[in-house]
Ligand binder design. Structure first.
Ligand code: S3P
Length: 451
């Protein structure tokens, strides 16, 4: 688990063109959910393309502790989950440590909230700072009780409901984790659980629940999306093909846009409309991205991306309505914005303050140290672009136990005038374990300071 090991100082530097194929890892959101729904189906679920990052492996460990049998095939090509059925989980006999993963802990909190037992959750120093009230509040409506540290933070013990009742809940923040936690709790409650969200957030839980055979409907209403789930279904095991993660693809894609002469392909990247806001924004900025061979894989729309160096980027206003569809991509977008001509304004982004780090603050401090002017308020980040190749760089940037902050600054260093250093690249293993060899394979200069 990240945050428990030795920090890994890293740096990146200007390099020749990036070329070749970037096979980025499986989608993190879908990987967590594939394991969870597999653990609730009766029979064997087979998963290909699972992200083998620390976050997902921590979720697998938690599900094993509650009775699911989860194994990786000897040849490493697929994972197998033998589920226990909805209602069949057992009380874990030790603390569940979710490491760095907000998705892991919040989904699991929802999952166990309607079981008549207690689970204590903890995580690394980053996760222990993050708000959990957004899940313990709605699961209390089912009859669960949570006792955590001040501010509802981890470590936290959740005592599940003995006699759960279904709920009708409006999510107060645009969060797929909260929506999914409520739906997961609703799985083991009798009757219909309803979740309403004003802004659509990633919909993998809804898609996968339907695929596993649950009765679930999604309705677009004038007030937003309304999801209705009928509790206590018998979930049927599935063959899940996890598409490649658009949030991980973001790093080689943005690097190729910024490094002169680059021309790369990134195959099989999810183009789910609740996830593709970054690509829309990059194209608006003038990035040269072609979406080849659009198709459906594993119930998700995917495409092969061809990305070329894009010399004439311009700053844009990113509308708040797009925030949910690119929430994890703002750090690397701010790096592209630093290389654009003119100002890029990102509004409606306050959720970034409660991610693995305060991502507005982390990026603003590091970008300023690298010579880029940045303005911010609670809900907004404004980057004053210097034009392609004009970022001075040369600073040590802090990753704050946040994989996406570490990778964003390493992308900055690939196009900056002087190398960019990152104090600790170890969190990259949570979501993109092969980041270094993959980027090196394209021709990037990303190294550990010890090398
Ligand atoms: C995720 C939802 C998002 C995202 C996270 C993964 C998910 O968090 O930032 O990386 O898999 O549901 P929020 O739901 O808190 O916005």
């Amino acid at each position: 688990m990240s945050g428990h090991g030795t920090p890994i100082p890293m740096r990146s530097a200007k390099c020749g063109p990036l070329t070749g194929q970037a096979k980025v890892p499986g989608d993190k959101s879908i990987s967590h959910r594939a394991l969870i729904f597999g653990a609730l189906a009766v029979g064997e679920t087979r998963i290909t393309g699972l992200l083998e990052g620390e976050d997902v492996l921590d979720t697998a460990k938690a599900l094993r502790a509650m009775g699911a049998e989860i194994t990786r095939d000897a040849d490493g090509r697929a994972w197998s989950v033998h589920g226990v059925g909805v209602g069949g989980l057992c009380e874990p006999d030790d603390v569940i440590n979710c490491g760095n993963s907000g998705t892991g802990v919040r989904l699991l909190m929802g999952l166990v909230a309607t079981y008549p037992f207690a689970v204590t959750f903890t995580g690394d120093a980053s996760l222990r700072k993050r708000p959990m009230g957004r899940v313990s509040d709605p699961v209390a409506l089912f009859g669960a009780r949570a006792v955590g540290r001040s501010g509802g933070r981890l470590p936290l013990t959740l005592v599940g409901a003995e006699m759960p009742v279904p709920v009708d809940y409006v999510t107060p923040v645009p969060s797929a984790q909260v929506k999914s936690a409520v739906l997961l709790a609703g799985l083991n409650a009798p009757g219909k659980t309803i979740v309403r969200e004003r802004e659509a957030t990633r919909d993998h839980t809804e898609r996968m629940l339907a695929g596993f055979g649950a009765e679930i409907t999604v309705e677009d209403t004038p007030e937003g999306r309304c999801i209705t789930l009928t509790g206590q279904p018998e979930l049927r095991p599935q063959a899940v093909a996890v598409p490649r993660d658009p949030s991980s693809a973001a790093f080689p894609v943005c690097a190729a846009i910024l490094v002169p002469g680059s021309d790369i392909t990134v195959p099989g990247v999810s183009q789910n409309p609740t996830r593709n806001g970054l690509f829309t924004t990059l194209v608006e900025m003038g990035a040269d991205i072609v979406f080849d061979n659009p198709r459906e894989e594993g119930g998700e729309p995917v495409a092969d991306l061809r990305v070329r160096y894009s010399p004439d980027l311009k700053g844009v206003d990113v509308p708040p309505a797009r925030a949910a569809s690119m929430i994890d991509e703002y750090p690397v977008l701010s790096v592209v914005a630093a290389n654009a001509a003119g100002t890029t304004t990102m509004r409606g982004v306050k959720e970034l303050r409660v991610k693995e780090s305060d991502r507005i603050d982390a990026m603003a401090v590091g970008l300023r140290a690298c010579g880029v002017s940045v303005d911010e308020d609670h809900d907004t980040m404004i980057v004053h672009g210097l034009g392609q190749g004009n970022v001075p760089g040369g600073a040590v940037c802090a990753s704050h136990l946040d994989h996406r902050i570490a990778m964003a600054f390493l992308v900055l260093g690939m196009s900056a005038q002087a190398p960019v250093h990152v104090d600790d690249g170890s969190p990259i293993a949570t979501s993109f374990p092969d980041f270094e060899p993959l980027m090196a394979g394209l021709g990037a200069l990303v190294t550990r300071e010890s090398e």
